[in-house]
Design a binder for this molecule. Structure first.
Ligand code: FMN
Length: 224
């Protein structure tokens, strides 16, 4: 499949065929492709924790909120046979940008954080995950990025031996998709796994029109 079609076809999927494991070789290929992403200063301050089999259940146990019953979002996501947890490491950028080619000349730091307009360690993980999502699509897999609940980050670190200097940027649920993309919950469930009681699932939000997001020469002039 050509790249434009692959990109346009990709949609998040939030329920999976739990009985169809993702082969380890495919998981390895997805992560390998993710690491082909660009990174600031080639710092590559990313790590990918791949969970399959029983380890997936250990993730959900570590992040469970015993006071809340599993809602539709969680029931769907728990069918994913594999999870990839993407972590950033800020120190990789501080170490890299302290090297002579970055610590002098035009890259000389004017202030501690003036080198990065935004935290590039998180940006780069986002770049890598985007490649992983496209690679998953290429392999016919469904995928959904989501957040580790903030209150459960330490529990996840403990469960899987993740060093304290890693920050969880997002998790990607992976598997053979079940159902139809139009049955998806849309943005409901973002960050907080759970629909309010009785709430109707929403259809995915429409894409912002290109003329709204693309500007030619100056802000507000459409890219014709
Ligand atoms: C950084 C990031 C975090 C996200 N977090 C969640 C999440 O917590 N729960 C969820 O269901 N979807 C999450 N999503 C998926 C978005 O809801 C989804 O990409 C968006 O609705 C657009 O749908 P599409 O990817 O099918 O085009 C996240 C996506 C990104 C990029």
């Amino acid at each position: 499949m050509e790249l434009p079609e692959l990109v346009r076809r990709r949609r998040v999927r939030r329920s999976f065929d739990a009985g169809a494991p993702v082969p380890r070789a495919v998981l390895r290929e997805l992560v390998d492709l993710a690491t082909r992403a660009p990174s600031a200063g080639a710092s590559q301050g990313w790590d990918f924790l791949v969970l399959d089999g029983e380890d997936v259940g250990r993730y959900w146990a570590a992040t469970a909120d015993p006071s809340r019953p599993a809602d539709r979002w969680l029931r769907g996501m728990r069918t994913a046979p594999a999870l990839v947890l993407a972590w950033s490491r800020e120190a990789a950028y501080r170490e890299r940008y302290a090297l002579p080619d970055k610590a002098s000349g035009s890259h000389a730091p004017a202030g501690l954080d003036a080198r990065w307009p935004v935290p590039y360690w998180h940006v780069d993980v986002g770049m890598a995950v985007a490649l992983l999502l496209l690679a998953a699509e290429h392999h016919g897999l469904g995928a959904c990025p989501f957040a580790v609940p903030t209150a459960r980050v330490d529990a996840v670190r403990t469960a899987f031996g993740v060093p304290a200097d890693r920050t969880p940027v997002m998790v990607v649920a992976l598997g053979t998709p079940a159902g139809h993309p139009d049955d998806e919950l849309g943005d409901v469930g973002d960050g907080e796994p759970g629909l309010p009681a009785g709430a109707a699932p929403r259809r995915p939000s429409r894409r912002r029109p290109l003329d709204d997001v693309a500007h030619l020469g100056c802000f507000g002039r459409p890219l014709a």
